[in-house]
Design a protein around this ligand. Structure first.
Ligand code: ADP
Ligand code: MG
Length: 240
């Protein structure tokens, strides 16, 4: 089976000489709900930046459903939706427009983009806010706005960079429920998090990244199974 995401020997050395990714490899299978867990500064956002071509890698390769991003990023982009860690939309643009405009980026007809915007704003509880400027939204709403925007072209792979950081527990739960539902409908999901609880309760498989290296890559179940692993997790938990 072709992996939804295949990362091989990925390296990133920033312009200042800092080596943020030291040659990481992992795969995510279609349909999976996958966690990339690690403390601040581990290299999670750098990895996602490379996948969506915002960060230029210095070595290795990335394929999305078998499409090498260096060979055909336009095709890979159609399969990929990304919710970045930082808010990256205009605060003065209206909620509906922020989502609908994104459709143009994928060559979607305006009418289809508007239908999808309505669908996802409703599903994410933002339909009431459609005519409001983004700056008026709470942090949790802004995050959901970015999720709606990332889904406009109904990507097969959705990657979310710390989607629940700073979101209170109740909102976090409702976001989890939404993500579980779209995963059930067939979307492969990868999220980065530094909450172990989030990885445990949502994800089936996990990679743990620390200082630019993958230090564990297994199923959540087997990670939790043995005492050694639990001790290991406690160590990681302390580090987070
Ligand atoms: P995470 O998302 O896991 O918190 P990041 O991928 O954002 O980690 O960052 C990994 C490391 O790379 C950190 O030490 C960070 O300071 C460093 N880093 C990130 N962006 C840059 C940059 N533009 N130039 C130099 N170092 C960077
Ligand atoms: Mg980050």
């Amino acid at each position: 089976m072709t992996a939804a995401l295949s990362i091989s020997n990925l390296q990133k050395t920033y312009e200042n000489g800092f080596q943020a990714l030291k040659g990481i490899s992992f795969e995510v299978q279609p349909g999976d709900f996958f966690a990339l867990l690690g403390p601040n500064g581990a290299g999670k956002s750098t990895t996602i930046g490379v996948i969506c071509s915002l960060v230029r890698k210095t070595g290795g390769s990335v394929s999305i459903f078998g499409i090498d991003i260096d060979r055909d990023f336009a095709a890979a982009k159609q399969m990929l939706g990304v919710v970045p860690q930082e808010f990256n939309f205009s605060q003065f643009e209206k909620v509906f427009d922020i989502v609908a405009t994104q459709g143009g980026f994928y060559g979607m007809p305006r009418k289809l983009a508007e239908e999808r915007t309505e669908k996802y704003l409703k599903q994410l509880g933002l339909w009431d806010k459609r005519a409001v400027q983004a700056r008026m939204l709470s942090g949790g709403m802004k995050r959901r706005l970015m999720i709606a925007r990332a889904l406009i072209h109904e990507p097969k792979l959705l990657i979310l960079d710390e989607p629940t950081a700073g979101v209170d527990i109740e909102l976090r739960r409702s976001m989890w429920t939404f993500l579980e539902e779209i995963n059930r409908q067939g979307t492969t999901i990868i999220l980065t998090t530094h909450y172990l609880e989030e990885a445990e309760s949502l994800c089936r498989n996990i990679a743990i990244i620390d200082k630019g290296d993958i230090i564990e890559n297994t199923s959540i179940r087997s990670l939790l199974k043995t005492l050694n692993r639990e001790v290991f997790i406690l160590d990681v938990r302390d580090a987070l």
